[in-house]
Design a protein. Structure first.
Lengths: 417, 275
């Protein structure tokens, strides 16, 4: 009797299971961020009777599991991947192009922040949807500005002024050890754009590594490592504490000006002393350069070719990236939602940290760029890092180094096409 | 007399210094597991937190299905140990005991497999297990171990080679067949080698991240090494809790070492025959 009952229960459960389409969704957020996403998934599951999304935590890492699964054609229905992985996977045929889905859902360029539509796309084919965005801005410590006699409410107006500020704020002890850095350019390609250059020409769809703006910017970036001595900088940086703690060099006064992602607003609230004062602005640009350059990065959701239910998977992604959900998820992560209507959404606005509006303004009214999502994006990035090292050590001039990058990247891209 | 004891004192002092040196990482992990988040990064370093937070361990149990992850890890590690030990000892015995043509070539091929980087075989292996329908189960992690492991076969074979032939000849005279010789002569004499091999396998499997990550598709089946990753958000890591998890994860290895210590040290030489 018990057996019969058990079998009936199993059958009943199986029937219910069969009636709904089950989607396997690989997500990559732990801690509270993971909880926020799981809450959204539950809400979706409860909102309709057709689809059940089953989330599985899969750390992205360097794509070890995702690449193996896609190559071995044992795929989930939705994956979470880094921005640089989207196009290489898509171009190798592992992801489903989303253009048709987006088209029939009536989602187009105007729904996204300016410039974001081509993010994660290659030659017009969109292989994924951005989850949430990170953006970078210029941030300074007001107390240190006051200390050296600068107006704490006025950031440098141009690159020359930034250079002067950096020298004013620099401090070393009698033995020549660095005690404080005024400023240090860290993500060099931000300044490629600030100096009027670009990594990729979206119009002609060509690599532009040796753009004159890039050359000038790389020279300028390297000048900091020469002026303040690379070796001494490295020694000083070794004394810096963890970024996500009260030992962050920026609020400890070890670094007066920094490039800061918007998450720094949250870190400052969590870890800095309550009387810490800082300012945020777009990056200062040289004459003839670009104002309000906003560098973006982030992760993506994509549907693998092997998904058994691509239609339902898109249905879920459409819901997840829609304004309310995107706003809530981005607010939880202190990130920026990629969609215009999500930014205006109350769920995001009500949780917005002070100074976030400066980032939003840069994204909506400035010049937005992301590291070009090419089939060889990672290779391009590594080549650029190498170039910076050559210029720092004096092995190559900026022009030589970037000409070499240009050739190498074109050759590598040629092997794909 | 005095001189000798003085020499011993130095040796002990040196050994104690060495032991302390090797214990520092574990101590640091343990003390970090009891700190507040900000104390983790304090400079100068906080060796012992002023306020000991045992609650970090409680967080671990609340935040994660820690016991389930532990159970999964125990299952995978236990089965792996069983598989490797059973198969490798038999294969190693074969390589060591029997005189068969082609044995040397086969053994070399076995050694060559040790030199192939696992990344090369990862995808073909995955495709194979996927075709068998095993992806998403423990089977790809466990079943291959029953087909021998090159490293343990090598280790055990080298040890079996040192077992004097006279032992097996004597057993043969008493009417023992090869199976009995293996079980009653070789295995009992090889405890140190078996223990060493088991310890290596245990550590590799217990802490393995890549294989469980690739083959398991359900968080309820995750092992500790993947499960603990959920303590990280996109920008921060709950270090005290993560270190707490790591302490609990390392504990069995330490306990095992103390229990098996005697076996490692005893009988490095195989005695028994008077020459």
């Amino acid at each position: 009797m018990k057996k019969v009952l058990a079998i009936t229960v199993i059958l009943a459960v199986a029937m219910v299971g069969l009636a709904k389409t089950e989607l396997s969704f690989w997500y990559a957020w732990g801690g509270d961020e993971g909880k926020a996403l799981l809450a959204l998934v539950e809400e979706f599951n409860a909102s309709q009777n057709e689809i059940v999304v089953r989330p599985v935590f899969v750390p992205i890492g360097q794509g070890e599991k995702i690449n193996t699964a896609l190559a071995g054609s044992s795929t989930p229905d939705i994956v979470t991947i880094w921005d640089w992985m989207v196009v290489p996977l898509g171009e190798s045929g592992a992801l489903i192009p989303l253009n048709d889905y987006l088209g029939s859902a009536g989602i187009d360029e105007s729904d996204y922040l300016p410039g974001v539509w081509s993010y994660g796309a290659y030659r017009g084919i969109k292989y994924g949807l951005p989850t949430t965005l990170n953006a970078y801005a210029f941030m300074w410590n007001k107390a240190l500005f006051k200390e050296v006699g600068l107006d704490p409410d006025r950031p440098p107006e141009n690159i020359q002024e930034l250079d002067r500020y950096a020298e004013l704020l620099f401090k070393q002890d009698t033995r020549g050890n660095i005690r404080r850095l005024g400023f240090l350019p860290n993500v060099s390609h931000i300044y490629f754009y600030v100096f009027g250059g670009q990594l990729w020409d979206p119009e002609t769809e060509e690599i532009t590594a040796n753009h004159p703006g890039n050359v000038a910017a790389l020279d300028w970036v390297a000048s900091y490592y020469k002026k303040f001595d690379l070796q001494k900088i490295r020694v000083f940086q070794a004394t810096w504490g963890e970024m996500a703690s009260s030992y962050n060099p920026f609020y400890r006064g070890q670094l007066a000006i920094q490039e800061a992602g918007q998450w720094e607003l949250l870190f400052i609230k969590q870890f800095a002393k309550s009387d810490f004062e800082y300012g945020v602005s777009p990056f200062p640009a040289p004459e003839g350069g670009r104002e309000k350059v906003a560098y973006l990065n982030g992760s993506f959701w994509a549907i693998p070719k092997g998904s058994k239910y691509p239609d339902q998977s898109f249905e879920f992604l459409k819901w997840l990236t829609d304004k309310d959900q995107a706003a809530r998820f981005a607010a939880e992560l202190s990130n920026i939602p990629p969609r215009v209507d999500a930014i205006d959404n109350q769920a995001f606005q009500s949780k917005m940290l002070p100074n976030m509006e400066i980032y939003i303004d840069m994204l909506t009214n400035g010049y937005v760029y992301f590291f070009p999502t090419l089939p060889i994006g990672l290779y391009y990035m590594e080549e650029l890092n190498q170039a910076l090292q050559y210029v720092q050590s004096g092995a190559k001039t900026a022009e030589q180094a970037l000409n070499d990058v240009q050739q190498a990247v074109i050759r590598e891209l040629g092997r794909y096409e | 007399m005095k001189k000798r004891s003085l020499g011993k004192t130095w040796i002990y002092l040196l050994l104690i210094a060495g032991a302390v040196f090797f214990m520092i990482p574990f101590f640091w992990m343990f003390s970090t597991s009891l700190k507040s988040y900000d104390d983790v990064f304090a400079f100068p370093p906080v060796w012992w937190p002023s306020e000991v937070l045992w609650s970090n361990y409680a967080d671990l149990l609340v935040e994660l299905p820690f016991l389930r992850y532990t159970l999964n890890t125990v299952i995978v590690t236990g089965m792996t140990l069983l598989g490797f030990m059973l198969s490798s000892s038999v294969v190693a015995f074969g390589f060591s005991y029997f005189r068969i043509p082609g044995k040397k070539v086969l053994f070399r091929i076995l050694l060559v497999t040790l030199m192939i980087p696992p990344q090369v075989t990862m995808i073909p292996q995955f495709v194979l297990f996927n075709k068998l329908g095993w992806v998403g189960t423990f089977l790809p992690l466990i079943v291959p171990t029953f087909f021998g492991g090159a490293f343990s076969i090598f280790l055990l074979k080298q040890f079996f080679d040192t077992v004097p032939r006279e032992f097996s000849d004597a057993a043969k005279l008493d009417g023992a067949n090869e199976w009995k010789i293996f079980l009653k002569v070789y295995l009992p004499l090889s405890k140190p080698a078996l223990a060493t091999s088991a310890l290596f396998i245990f550590i590799w499997t217990w802490t393995d991240f890549l294989n469980p990550l690739i083959y398991l598709n359900d968080d309820r089946m995750y092992t500790l090494s993947i499960g603990l990753q959920q303590l990280s958000t996109s920008r921060t890591t709950a270090w005290p809790q993560l270190m707490g998890g790591s302490v609990l994860m390392t504990l069995p290895i330490i306990v095992l070492f103390f229990l098996a210590q005697k076996t490692f040290i005893q009988g490095i030489q195989v005695g028994g025959i008077k020459s």
